[in-house]
Design a binder for this molecule. Structure first.
Ligand code: IPM
Ligand code: MG
Length: 361
């Protein structure tokens, strides 16, 4: 029997609740496909800080590195919001994981399930059939650029500093991912930056243009300013196929796109490097306002696990089945609170898990 080593990192807030439903789906896949998931569980984020003094311990990081896939929940919460030391914040655990494993390619598919087209904040005809893939650079840019910090100014007052920086090599490797993905999809890439005000954006545009001309001229490339991209996403989102963008713009634009699909609770993500395990996590945060109530939407986490099946475990068929089961549960009218609308059946986290498992059969 094939054994896959999975590092499970539930994290903070609703993380453990949604991860419990992922576990159930994992058990189904084991039974249906005759594989074994050898699951190791670790701490990340605020809970890791409380228990181990750091948001991601060396030991957990080493275990994650040695696994076949890392399946994560979410990090952060008001308990740790006051922490001004960025190395100790819950988010630092996640950033360390991304950076240390050099997970530079963050894939964020924003798809609108037909059953949810009415749950979007936009009109049904604008979002029905929506299928965008964000390719977000994840290991560079302003998230990691030096210098950074808060410093005292000589004449009094303080200054906060962060640095946006991208090398040509970093731009080229993420652009390759976007072009390769586009070839398997709609064949179109929009590259979003702010070349009109930032040198890092200008270099981005130049390198994308060059790579495209040299190796990917079969793909249709358009450059778009990131602010215009935000506007176009809410005006006519279906014009996009693949959106290639940097770490910060990708963070912002993918949240906006998430709402088009009905709820932030729907969006999965995969973070991939050059070989080694991928990291799979929902796009949403730890939702402290509803944590512990058992009402969070587990779909983004379950779809993230489906991406793990596809991209790290070579089980594309199982991934298709899980995605179809999510679609089926939604078609049956099951809705967690975040998706609820008239005439639908409101269920809690476990109820949504029940519906998905039932659809899996
Ligand atoms: C995301 C999150 C993270 C980010 C936070 C939790 C550090 O917002 O994955 O989109 O900013 O990248
Ligand atoms: Mg974000």
């Amino acid at each position: 029997m094939t054994t896959h080593n999975i590092m499970l990192l539930p994290g903070d807030g609703i993380g453990p609740e949604i991860m419990a439903q992922v576990r159930r789906v994992m058990a189904w896949v084991e039974g249906a496909y005759g594989v074994i998931f050898n699951v190791d569980e670790g701490l990340i984020g605020g809970c890791a800080y409380d228990a181990e003094g750091v948001p991601l311990s060396d030991e957990t990081l080493a275990k994650a590195k040695a696994s076949d896939a890392i399946v994560m929940g979410c990090v952060g919460g008001p308990k740790w919001d006051g922490k001004t030391d960025y190395d100790k914040r819950p988010e630092a655990g996640l950033l360390r994981l991304r950076k240390d494993l050099d997970l530079f390619a963050n894939l964020r598919p924003a798809m609108c399930f037909d059953a949810l087209a009415d749950a979007s904040s936009l009109k049904r005809d604008l979002v029905a059939g929506l299928d965008i893939l964000f390719v977000r650079e994840l290991a560079g840019g302003v998230y990691f650029g030096e210098p950074r910090g808060i410093e005292e100014l000589p004449g009094g007052g303080r200054i906060g500093i962060n640095t946006q920086r991208y090398t040509d090599a970093e731009i080229i490797r993420i652009s390759r991912v976007a072009f390769d993905m586009a070839r398997k999809r709609g064949g179109r890439v929009h590259s979003a930056e702010k070349a009109n005000v930032m040198e890092a954006g200008l270099l981005w545009r130049e390198e994308v243009t060059k790579l495209h001309a040299e190796e990917y001229s079969d793909v249709k490339l358009e450059h778009i300013l990131a602010d215009n991209c935000a506007m176009q996403l809410v005006k006519a989102p279906k014009q996009f196929d693949v959106i290639l963008t940097d770490n910060l713009f990708g963070d912002i634009l993918s949240d906006a796109a998430a709402m088009l699909t009905g709820s932030l609770g729907m969006l999965p993500s995969a973070s991939l490097g050059d070989g080694g395990p991928g990291l799979y996590e929902p796009v949403h945060g730890s939702a402290p306002d509803i944590a512990g109530q058992g009402i969070a939407n587990p779909i983004a986490a379950i779809l993230s696990f489906a991406m793990a099946l596809r991209y790290s475990l070579n089980m594309g068929d199982a991934a298709d089945k899980v995605e179809a089961a999510v679609s089926e549960a939604l078609a049956q009218g099951l809705r967690t609170g975040d998706l609820m609308s008239e005439g639908m059946t409101e269920v809690n986290t476990e109820g949504m898990g029940d519906g998905i498992l039932k659809a899996l059969g």
